[in-house]
Design a protein around this ligand. Structure first.
Ligand SMILES: [Zn+2]
Length: 167
């Protein structure tokens, strides 16, 4: 067992020993979803006051609305959520490279066969944090499937732990 797996199993043992919330309903009780980045410095439950069972937390590299579209549609149409908060953050890794950089990193790390597999992959990187929050909110709002859904955009500051409204 790797140290990661050991930590995982031991931590879960402790968690399960005190676990009392096994009867929560499947649909989120507060009927909303938060889309944020997979960045390891973000603790969504703590930073955004999300109690267990209250909301869907969707995470991917850069909090991309396009990459999360399937999850958002499922959240709303199968599980009844009616609001989305898109939360990108300062110092996001997706600000630091582009498609060409992503592909060449794969080629360097994994070789030609791997590079071929990602040759058409859009890494969905971005240059301007605030603009990308606005653009993702607009893009999501433009979808017919989002009619009647409240969609807002936010930036979380990894240095201060504070979140601010963008749109
Ligand atoms: Zn990020």
């Amino acid at each position: 067992m790797t140290s990661v797996q050991k930590n995982f199993v031991e931590g879960n043992k402790e968690y399960a020993a005190n676990f009392t919330q096994g009867d929560l309903a499947l649909p989120p009780s507060q009927k909303y979803a938060i889309l944020t980045c997979m960045d390891a410095r973000i603790d969504p439950a703590a930073a955004f006051n999300i109690t267990l069972g209250a909301a869907h937390v969707i995470r991917n590299a850069g909090a991309s609305a396009r990459a999360a579209f399937r999850d958002i549609v499922v959240s709303q149409n199968l599980l009844g959520t009616t609001e989305v908060l898109i939360v990108k953050h300062t110092g996001c890794g997706m600000l630091t490279f582009d498609n060409e950089g992503g592909r060449s990193a794969v080629k360097q790390n994994k070789g030609d066969k791997a590079a071929e597999e990602v040759k058409d992959l859009d890494f969905l990187t971005f240059q301007d944090l605030e603009e990308k929050v606005k653009e993702d909110v607009e893009w999501l709002k433009s979808k017919a499937v989002e009619e009647g859904i409240t969609i807002t955009g936010w930036i979380y500051d990894c240095k201060t732990g504070k979140v601010r409204s963008v749109v």
